[in-house]
Design a protein around this ligand. Structure first.
Ligand code: LMR
Length: 400
């Protein structure tokens, strides 16, 4: 009965790893998926995560019962505090509804389904370009997806004018997806002054902000700095949605741990929102997993572990920044034609190199370097040892 099916293409991001795994070359390099690697090119389990897991194992009172539909309640409270700030007026006034979800993707999907069911506007505006999964998540959630201008290829920076024009022309009440920090794939973020202008424009038109926060602490190395745009929107008393992921900032990729927070106008509304979120979640996956959320809760509740986490987080962010400098210097040393300053100006895990699909394919074929076809490279996958190889490949492809 399924013989009519055609072979589906691999995912544009995760498929890069599939191709990489098949390549027998000893010099192969995977700069596709945004996953942190050490200087030795190995995945990293944070020391603080190991400690938290040890605590959990030692606690013989722990059981494996189902979590409630909303997930681990302590984790939800701590997650809201982490992203909105301990002194957030919305938390103080009890008007935030937070549910544990399956990492960033799951949080976006639950939020999208909730909006499709209960919000009067069914159109969501996403940045052009954006993370490849965004349009799929929201379309399948039942929303209609449109784009707003964001990136200017000529400056490799923000097209702020285009952004303001497009959001200004969006029908009142439309949902707008905003990358809280470290925009994926471009690494280009608005300045705080620009965020303030975006906030004013969106509030004046009643546009609904939906933040995707996948990199808190990863962009600047500071958890508070990276959450600032979200906190500006919450400080004005208006509503918003926030999807949080702990994949990158705690290195909990495969644990699939994240949270969706909906900031409401009152405690009464937040209670009703939570009751409706449960109706979205229960038929989708019943309730979320317990282990990853427990690790996060142990770390966030303990002052010492929290502090240790911030140090490890800063070390990861700093290593990425150092990779940017090294790659930039390596291209300069080779006299590679072009302005490569965007490598050091862009923020977070990715550099949007400006290389086109044909150039990417040449680098994969000739140099065994794997990256997404839009020219995005994961800086977290680089090391001092592999920078020269990448610089050689870029140099070869642009001088070809
Ligand atoms: C990425 O963009 O590489 C990451 O967010 C991982 C993913 O799921 O695509």
């Amino acid at each position: 009965v399924f013989s009519h099916l055609v072979q589906a293409p691999e995912d544009p991001i995760l498929g890069v790893t599939v191709a990489y795994n098949k390549d027998p070359s000893p010099i192969k390099l995977n700069l596709g998926v945004g996953a942190y690697r050490t200087e030795e090119g190995k995945p990293l389990v944070l020391n603080v995560v190991r400690k938290a897991e040890q605590q959990l194992i030692n606690d013989r009172t722990r059981i494996k019962e189902y979590l409630p539909i909303v997930g681990l309640v302590e984790f939800n409270k701590l997650s809201a505090k982490l992203i909105l700030g301990a002194d957030s007026p919305a938390i103080r006034e009890n008007r935030v509804s937070t549910v544990e979800c399956l990492s960033g993707t799951g949080s976006l999907r639950v939020g999208g389904e909730f909006l499709a069911k209960h919000y009067h506007q069914k159109t969501i505006y996403i940045t052009q370009p954006t993370w490849g999964n965004h349009p799929k998540i929201f379309t399948l959630a039942g929303l209609s997806v449109k784009t707003y201008r964001y990136y200017d290829p000529s400056t490799r920076g923000l097209n702020f004018q285009g952004l303001l024009e497009d959001l200004g022309a969006a029908p009142p009440g439309s949902i707008v997806l905003l990358h809280a920090c470290a925009h994926n794939p471009t690494g280009v973020d608005p300045t705080i002054q620009q965020w303030e202008q975006i906030r004013k424009l969106m509030r004046s038109k009643g546009l609904m902000p939906f933040f995707d926060s996948a990199y808190q602490g990863f962009a600047s190395g500071s958890l508070d700095t990276d959450a600032k745009p979200i906190r500006m929107f919450v400080a004005d008393g208006g509503e918003c949605l926030v999807a949080q992921s702990y994949a990158k900032n705690m290195g909990l990729y495969g644990e699939r741990v994240g949270a969706l927070s909906i900031v409401c106008k009152s405690a009464d509304v937040a209670g009703k929102v939570e009751s409706q979120l449960k109706l979205v979640i229960r038929p989708m996956y019943s309730s979320p997993p317990i282990h990853g959320a427990s690790i996060v809760a142990v770390i966030l509740r303990d002052k010492n572990l929290f502090h240790e986490w911030t140090l490890e987080l800063k070390a990861m962010a700093d290593r990425i920044i150092s990779m940017r400098k090294q790659l930039f210097e390596a291209l300069r040393a080779r006299g590679t034609p072009g302005d490569w300053t965007h490598i050091i100006k862009q923020i977070g895990m990715f550099t949007f190199t400006g290389l086109n699909p044909a150039q990417v394919s040449f680098m994969t074929k000739e140099y065994h370097i794997y990256m997404t076809s839009d020219g995005r490279i994961s800086m977290a996958g680089l090391s001092s040892k592999t920078v020269p190889h990448l610089a050689d490949a870029i140099h070869a492809v642009v001088t070809k």
